[in-house]
Design a protein. Structure first.
Length: 584
RNA sequence: GGGGGCGUGGUGAAGUCUGGAGUUCACGCCGGCCUGUCAAGCCGGAGGUCGCGGGUUCAAAUCCCGUCGUCCCCGCCA
């Protein structure tokens, strides 16, 4: 008993006369009465099979998505009836035996991709959704990406090592996903946010080069590019510095882009410092598929009469502008940008439109000297019709406001182009809106200079870097701290006191004290990478079984209540109001 | 935690602002016809708690209040 000996997508007129057996799903039925055409789809593609209903019982019963097996003779299609749209369009199979392996109910949604379908319905019947060409392509792309990663890294002598997924909770950073312990009531495992400390332990353990396709968990609110669980290519190398990481990740990316898109990725990938990225693009994840950079204009206004600008400069602010190009915007739309800027915390925003005579049309035009106007035009490379936006404020606010407008007005000529960029020299701390400092990385990142970190934390630079693709943070990495003394001092500066450090990370400090090699590493978000390569905006499109924004899997109904006995074994007693809620 | 969009036969939409009979369009589904179709075509048919609850009104898919679900965004994601 066989189901098939040939794949549908491989049939061609060259096989004319061959008897083949093909199995798959009924993509579509075209019943002509005296002849029935069925598009038979399997994992390889579609082939048309022709059935004479007078000779084969059951042909009239076929419906969409029936699972069938057919045996028949390959024949060239009659002249004029070839289908150029179809890979196999020069041929067809004249069926001599038809077996319905499994019928299908009427579908809950249409599998053709011309009309949209509510995502909840798709997820509830994900197994049907996965039959759609673009989902099938997503799964293939994902597999190809992982395959390329493994191939490049195996070739280079990396060891694929699995690390535990039931680990110790370390409450810094994202919220942990917790798992109760049956043996010690009230104690919990955490699912890893990343294999960070374990891969560092592997370095100490003499594993020279490590990688893992690792599932990671962060219990924060979802976005189009964030799920509760996600997959990372995690890697680390001993006796490594930054350049080793860059070189390795670039080789991986070349392999992945080749495998998934068949394109050659040019290396080295360009680099931009965090400082420059923030100043020129207003973000640490610049979309460089188009330029439209923010330019420094402070010097032009050194002696300006315009009070808003002169006052800002005296207060230590910067004046920067951006040329958003030719736009069709009404006066009220332009004024709307001012309101947007104010909502973002800026004191204001100046818009200006370059006129045919090269003067500026702007609410503040009368305050600007001819020299200032020509300076603006020169630095923003502005010609007639160009719309210019200028903000005078702290560098952080200017970047936030203009960076947002840049993304709103800017648009790549080619949306499918891939623009990778390394963002380097991240600060140890990032400034918050209220002027406070928060750690920009995990506490195992090596500072460039520990003394600088202690004495001048605001300026301290970390040996940390991100890889950005088309404005999306693909991953980040760093050179790690490899001696316990530095690690202790960094904990202190980050506000983790000795006692807490000892309690949470004492085991790790101990490990560091046994001859730790200098090491560095990186992690790449697989879901995000594949989604960009597939031109998908949403990572759920490249995840076979994703969850909704509230963490629900509509297919299986997880999460779900569990038995009282299960809870009792774990020593878990629900609060009365939770219990009531659960039982209602 | 906050802001916004959406929820109408199986699917996608229109109708909601400005209340007046579950009305419409496309797809799908069921039946019939049809021997070269390929988004097949033609004819006929079935299919509804307008997310749910409450309120206003002679009258609610439509207005008001609440609630649930979902999507996008902010916060959050060291």
């Amino acid at each position: 008993m066989t189901f098939r000996d040939t794949y549908a997508g491989t049939i061609s007129a060259e096989q004319t006369g061959d008897t083949v057996q093909v199995a798959g799903w009924v993509d579509r039925v075209r019943d002509q009465g005296g002849v029935v055409f069925v598009d038979l789809r399997d994992a390889s593609g579609i082939v048309q099979v022709v059935i004479d209903p007078g000779e084969l019982a059951g042909a009239g019963d076929l419906r969409r998505e029936f699972c069938i097996s057919v045996t028949g003779t390959v024949q060239r299609r009659p002249a004029g009836s070839e289908n150029a749209e179809l890979e196999t369009g020069d041929s067809e199979i004249a069926v001599s035996r038809l077996e319905i392996l499994s019928p299908a109910e009427a579908l809950p949604f249409q599998l053709d991709e011309r009309s949209g379908v509510d995502e909840l319905v798709r997820l509830k019947y994900r197994y049907l959704d996965l039959r759609r060409p673009h989902m099938a392509a997503s799964l293939r792309a994902r597999s190809a990406a992982v395959g390329a990663m493994r191939s490049v890294l195996d070739e280079r002598g990396f060891l694929d090592v699995e690390t535990p997924t039931l680990i110790k909770s370390t409450p810094e950073g994202a919220r942990d996903v917790l798992v109760p312990s049956r043996h010690q009531h009230g104690h919990f495992y955490a699912l890893p946010q990343s294999p960070q400390l374990f891969k560092q332990l592997l370095m100490i353990g003499g594993v020279d080069r490590y990688y893992q396709i690792a599932r990671c968990y962060r219990d924060e609110d979802f976005r189009a590019d964030r799920q509760l669980e996600f997959t990372q290519l995690d890697l680390e190398g001993a006796f490594w510095g930054r350049e080793d990481v860059f070189e390795t990740i670039e080789a991986v990316m070349v392999g992945v882009v080749k495998a998934v898109r068949g394109e050659e990725l040019a290396t080295p990938i360009r680099r931009i410092s965090y400082q420059e990225s923030m100043a020129r693009y207003g973000t640490d994840k610049p979309d460089l598929r188009f330029d439209m950079a923010i330019e420094e204009l402070s010097d032009i206004f050194a002696t300006t009469e315009f009070k808003a600008f002169s006052g800002a400069l005296e207060a230590g602010s910067v004046i920067r502008g951006i040329n958003v190009g030719q736009q069709e915007m009404s006066r009220s739309a332009l004024d709307g940008l001012v309101d947007e800027a104010k909502e973002a915390g800026a004191r204001g925003l100046v818009w200006a439109v370059v006129q045919a005579d090269e003067t500026l049309r702007s609410p503040v035009a009368k305050f600007l000297s001819g020299e200032e106007v020509s300076g603006i035009r020169r630095l923003l490379q502005a010609g007639p019709g160009d719309h210019l936006l200028i903000v005078a404020d702290s560098a952080r606010v200017v970047g936030e406001v203009l960076g947002k407008q840049r993304l709103k007005f800017g648009s790549p000529d080619d949306h499918e182009v891939l623009e990778f960029v390394w963002v380097t020299d991240f600060p140890v701390f990032e400034e918050t809106a209220d002027g406070g400092l928060v750690a920009a990385h995990h506490p195992f990142t090596a500072p460039v200079d520990v003394e600088e970190l202690v004495n001048n934390p605001r300026e301290a630079v970390a040996q940390a870097y991100d890889l950005v693709l088309n404005g999306l943070e693909l991953g980040s990495g760093s050179v790690r701290i490899h001696d316990p003394e530095t690690q202790r001092r960094v904990f202190q500066v980050l506000g983790i006191d000795d006692e807490t450090a000892e309690q949470r990370f004492g085991w790790f400090l101990t490990a560091l004290s046994y001859g730790t090699p200098p090491h560095a590493g990186f992690a790449v978000g697989l879901d995000r990478l594949v989604s960009v390569l597939q031109n998908e905006v949403n990572i759920r499109e490249v995840i076979p079984f994703p969850k909704t924004q509230t963490g629900v899997d509509p297919l299986t109904g997880s999460p779900s209540p569990v038995d009282e006995t299960q809870l009792a074994e774990l020593g878990i007693d629900l609060r009365p109001e939770v219990r009531a809620e659960r039982e209602s």
